[in-house]
Ligand binder design. Structure first.
Ligand SMILES: Cc1ncc(C[n+]2csc(CCOP(=O)(O)OP(=O)(O)O)c2C)c(N)n1
Ligand code: SF4
Ligand SMILES: [Mg+2]
Length: 770
C-alpha cells in the first residue's frame, strides 16, 4: 500500500484566480499532501510512531529528507504516547511541530492531548482516520477522531487531499493565533483520502506559504532562561475550573479566528473553506449531513435527485471543534428532515457524535423543527456509495413528506448473516497429547544448578504435528514461521499463546479463519505482556480456589515482534519485574514489517527502512540497535536467551529450558533473530547465509543467561568463523548502500559496536560474577 511521491507532470503550472500565489497541478494522495504541506511549512520537529494508514506521512518525509528536500528533525517515538510527549516537549521549545497518527495511535496518545491543550501549546497533528480496536481493523471510519472531541484541540476536517494540504497551513495560523493558542488536529479519511490520489494544487514556492504563516509567535518557553517559568503546575480547585474557562474562551475565540484565517487562505489559494460546507441547501427540504469524503459522494447523489425535482442538499462541517452549532442552526432552519450519518457510534447514546451535536444545536432554536434521523454507517472501511446516499436522502424525503421520523436511530449497512452459512471447516484444534512428543529432555545439573537439555535428532522433529495450521498468509521465506515451528516442536503440554500485533499475528488470524490450533489471544502490541500476566495470575488463582483442576499444566507464551518490544517495553518490563510464570519470545526482524518496514529501535545503524531512508543527505538509521536481551537481563529473570531460526538446535534447546523455568521459577525472555526477505531485500531462500553472517560477525551473538550466569552458546572466534560485519551487510539490499566508500565510517561504527558488545559478553561468559 505504499505510494511514492511523484514528480509533477511537466508544464503543469495551473492558471489561478488573480492574486493567488503561484501553484502547480500535481497528482497526490492525502498523506503525500500532508508531507508536502509539512515541507512547505518547514516544521522544526516531527515526532511520530508508524500506524496504518497515516504512516506514509512520516515515510514520505523520510524520503524527502534523505534527498535534502527539507530539514525537519524526524523523531521516531517508542510508541504514540512517547511521540506525543516528544511533540509536546518540542512545541514547548518554541518551534513548529508535527505529528501524524491513526486509530489506536491516537488513543494511545490521547492522554497527552488534554495536557497540551490545557497548557496551550500549539502544534499540528494529522489524523488519517481509522477504525479503533477491537477487533483490529486497519481501514477507515471516524471512531478514532471522535475520541479527540473532548481534548481541547481545534479539529479541522479535510475531505480530500487538496483540503489536507490547505488545512495544514490554516492549522498553523489558527493554533498560533494569540487569542487561540491551541493545538490543532487535521482529520482526513483513512485510505479514501490518505491513499487515493487526486489532482491538487501545490505551491510552486514555499515562500508564499511562509509569507502566509509568518513567524511563530513567541509563547512562553522553557528555553527562555532569562524568564524562568513553571510549565504545568499542579492545580486544584479553585483554579482548575478557571483554566478550563480560559480553554473554553480560546475555543470561542477560534470561532471568530477560523473564518478570518480561512478567508486569508482563500486569498492565497483561491479555494474556499466555509466552516460548514453547504451544498444545494438554499431551498432544501431534506438534507444529508456527513463528515469528510462521504459528503462528496452525497453531493453527486444530490445533483441526481435535484434533476428529478427533489429539494435536497448536503451539509458537511470543515471544522468539528469548535463545533459550528450556529451555522447548523441557520442551515437547517428551513429543512424538514435531515439524515445525519456518523462513521462511529456513541454506544448507547442513540446516535454518533455528529448527529447528537447537531440535535443539541438545533434544540435550542425555537424556529427549528427539523426532524433528525441518526444513522451509523461505513464502519471499519465499509464503503459509502451513491446507493447509500440515495437511501439516506430517501429516508429524509419520506420523513419530510410524512412529517414523521419513523426510526430515529439505526445502523446502516450491517449484514445480519445467514445462520445456514458457515465458514468452511479447517483443521480441528490440536490436543496437547498429539504434540507432546518428548523432543527435549531437561535436567538440572546438580553441580552448576543450570539446566541441561538433550534433544531428539532433528529428523524426529519433523513428525511433530504443528500447533499452527498451514495456509497462513506470510511472505514466501518469512522467518517468523520456521521460528514458531521450532518453538512448538519442543514445547510440551497445553500452551496458551498471546500474540502482539505484528506480521505473525496479522497473517494467521484473518476473521473468520485462524491458523492457531491452540488457545490464542491477541492484544495490541503495547500491552500484551500485561494482559498475559493477568491471565497467568488468574490461572494460578483459580487453581488455588479449586475452580480449575490442579492437574492442568499450562505454559503461557507471548510472541512479539521487535516493534512490540519498543512500544510494549514498559508493560514487558513490568511483567519481568513481577516475575510472572510466562515467556516473552521476540522474533526480531529488525523493523516494523507488517506496517511496511519502518525502523524499530532494533534496526541496526545505517540500515535502510521506510522511515530511515537513504539519499544524498541521509544514509539510513542514525543510531545503534537496542540491546533488548541485556535490558531483560538487568531485570534479573531466571532465564534470558538469544537465538536464531538459523540455529535450530540451539534455539530448541533454549526454548525447552525456557519452558522449564517459566513453569517453575518465573519469567523468561528470548530474542530470536528472524529472517524477513521482503524488507531485508534478499532472495526468499537466503535465510541461512544471511543469518549465519549476522551471527558469525558477532553482530547477533548467541548466548543465554541462567540466574545471572552468561554463557556463549556459539563462539565464532573459537569456531574460527569470525567475519567482519561487511560480509553480512553485503548480503542484503537494505544495507548495500553501506558498502559505498563514503559510508565506510558507518560500517566501522557497526563493527566497533558489535566488537564492543561481543567483548563485553565474552568477559561475562568468562567471569561468572559479571
Ligand atoms: C498503538 C499502535 N500503534 C501502532 C500500530 C501499528 N502497528 C501494528 S504492528 C506494528 C509494527 C509491528 O512490528 P513488530 O512488532 O516488529 O512486528 P513485525 O510486523 O515486524 O512482525 C505497528 C507499527 C498499532 N497497531 N497500534
Ligand atoms: S514482511 Fe517479513 S516478517 Fe512480514 S510476513 Fe513478510 S517476510 Fe515475514
Ligand atoms: Mg519486526
Amino acid at each position: 500500500m505504499k505510494t511514492q511521491i511523484q514528480e509533477a507532470p511537466a508544464g503543469a503550472v495551473d492558471t489561478r484566480p488573480l492574486g493567488c500565489a503561484r501553484q502547480k497541478l500535481e497528482f497526490r494522495s492525502g498523506n503525500e499532501a500532508a508531507a508536502l504541506a509539512a515541507r512547505d511549512i518547514g516544521f522544526h520537529v516531527m515526532g511520530y510512531f508508524p500506524i496504518t494508514p497515516s504512516t506514509e506521512v512520516a515515510e514520505n518525509l523520510s524520503k524527502m529528507g534523505a534527498n535534502g528536500e527539507h530539514d525537519i528533525v524526524m523523531i521516531a517515538g517508542d510508541g504514540e504516547h512517547g511521540a506525543a510527549g516528544i511533540c509536546y516537549g518540542a512545541a514547548l521549545g518554541g518551534g513548529r511541530v508535527l505529528n501524524a497518527t491513526s486509530a489506536q495511535g491516537l488513543l494511545y496518545a490521547l492522554e497527552q492531548l488534554p495536557v497540551q491543550a490545557g497548557t496551550r501549546v500549539p502544534m499540528v497533528l494529522n489524523i488519517a482516520a481509522r477504525a479503533i480496536s477491537g477487533p483490529l481493523d486497519i481501514r477507515g471510519d471516524h471512531s478514532d477522531i471522535y475520541y479527540a472531541l473532548n481534548t481541547g484541540w481545534i479539529m479541522l476536517c479535510a475531505r480530500d487531499p487538496q483540503a489536507v494540504y490547505d488545512l495544514n497551513f490554516a492549522a498553523i495560523r489558527i493554533g498560533e493565533h494569540p487569542e487561540v493558542r491551541l493545538p490543532v488536529l487535521v482529520a482526513y479519511d483513512g485510505f479514501i483520502t490518505s491513499h487515493q490520489k487526486r489532482r491538487i494544487q501545490v505551491f510552486d514556492d514555499p515562500e508564499a506559504v511562509r509569507g502566509f504563516l509568518g513567524e511563530r509567535p513567541d509563547f512562553p518557553s522553557p528555553l527562555d532562561t532569562e524568564h524562568p517559568k513553571t510549565f504545568g503546575p499542579y492545580m486544584n480547585d479553585p483554579d482548575l475550573i478557571n483554566n478550563k474557562v480560559q480553554l473554553s474562551q480560546a475555543m470561542q475565540a477560534a470561532q471568530r479566528v477560523i473564518p478570518e484565517v480561512f478567508a486569508e487562505l482563500e486569498k492565497m489559494t483561491g479555494r474556499s473553506y466555509p466552516v460548514l460546507d453547504a451544498y444545494r441547501m438554499d431551498d432544501a427540504e431534506a438534507a444529508v449531513v456527513l463528515l469528510n469524503s462521504a459528503a462528496e459522494t452525497a453531493k453527486e447523489t444530490a445533483d441526481g435527485l435535484r434533476d428529478k425535482g427533489a429539494k435536497v442538499g448536503v451539509l458537511s462541517p470543515n471544522v468539528l471543534r469548535p463545533f459550528p452549532a450556529e451555522e447548523f442552526r441557520q442551515a437547517l432552519r428551513q429543512v424538514k428532515t435531515a439524515t445525519i450519518g456518523d462513521r462511529a457510534d456513541s454506544y448507547g447514546a442513540g446516535g454518533g457524535n455528529l448527529s447528537l451535536e447537531v440535535r443539541a444545536a438545533i434544540q435550542i432554536d425555537p424556529q427549528n423543527h427539523t426532524g433528525i434521523l441518526s444513522r451509523v454507517y461505513g464502519l471499519g472501511g465499509k464503503d459509502f456509495y451513491a446507493a447509500d446516499a440515495e437511501q439516506f436522502f430517501g429516508q429524509a424525503l419520506e420523513a419530510a413528506a410524512s412529517g414523521r421520523v419513523g426510526e430515529p436511530f439505526a445502523y446502516h449497512g450491517a449484514t445480519p448473516g445467514r445462520a445456514e452459512r458457515r465458514p468452511p471447516k479447517g483443521l480441528p484444534p490440536i490436543r496437547a497429547e498429539e504434540v507432546s512428543r518428548g523432543m527435549a529432555h531437561v535436567q538440572r545439573d546438580a553441580a552448576t544448578g543450570r539446566l541441561k537439555v538433550e534433544l531428539e535428532p532433528l529428523w524426529k522433529m519433523t513428525g511433530v504435528p504443528n500447533r499452527i495450521g498451514p495456509g497462513h498468509g506470510a511472505c514466501p521465506g518469512c522467518g517468523a514461521f520456521p521460528t514458531l515451528h521450532q518453538i512448538y516442536n519442543v514445547l510440551e503440554g497445553d500452551v496458551v499463546v498471546l500474540f502482539q500485533t505484528g506480521c505473525a499475528m496479522v497473517v494467521t488470524t484473518g476473521y473468520p479463519t485462524t491458523a492457531h490450533r491452540i488457545n490464542y489471544v491477541h492484544n495490541l502490541f503495547q500491552n500484551g505482556a500485561a494482559t498475559l500476566s493477568g491471565l497467568v495470575e488468574m490461572y494460578h488463582e483459580r487453581i488455588r480456589r479449586g475452580e480449575l483442576p490442579a492437574s492442568k499444566d499450562i505454559t503461557f507464551v507471548m510472541i512479539s515482534g521487535d516493534g512490540g518490544m519498543d512500544i510494549g517495553m514498559g508493560p514487558a518490563i513490568g511483567a519481568a519485574n513481577r516475575n510472572h510464570r510466562m515467556m516473552i519470545l521476540e522474533y526480531d526482524n529488525q523493523g516494523y514489517m507488517n506496517t511496511g518496514a519502518q525502523l524499530s529501535y532494533s534496526t541496526p545503524l545505517g540500515h535502510r527502512t521506510s522511515t530511515s531512508e537513504v539519499g544524498k543527505s541521509l544514509p539510513g538509521k542514525r543510531y545503534h540497535h537496542k540491546d533488548t536481551a541485556q535490558i531483560f537481563a538487568a531485570c534479573h529473570l531466571p532465564y534470558v536467551f538469544t537465538a536464531s531460526e538459523g540455529y535450530p538446535e540451539d534455539l530448541m534447546r533454549k526454548v525447552a529450558k525456557a519452558q522449564w523455568y517459566a513453569k517453575r521459577e518465573g519469567m523468561v525472555y528470548g530474542k530470536i533473530l528472524s529472517f524477513c526477505p521482503l524488507n531485508w531485500r534478499t532472495a526468499d531462500d537466503a535465510a541461512q547465509p544471511v543469518l549465519q553472517a549476522a551471527i558469525d560477525s558477532c553482530f547477533f551473538p548467541l548466548y543465554e543467561i541462567e540466574h545471572g550466569h552468561t554463557t556463549l552458546t556459539y563462539d565464532p572466534d573459537a569456531a574460527d568463523r569470525r567475519h567482519p560485519v561487511s560480509d553480512w551487510l553485503k548480503l542484503m539490499g537494505k544495507t548495500r548502500h553501506l558498502l559505498a566508500p563514503e559510508n565506510a565510517p558507518i560500517v566501522q561504527g557497526i563493527q566497533d559496536e558489535a566488537d564492543r558488545r561481543w567483548a563485553r559478553l565474552k568477559a561475562m561468559h568468562e567471569h561468572p560474577l559479571l
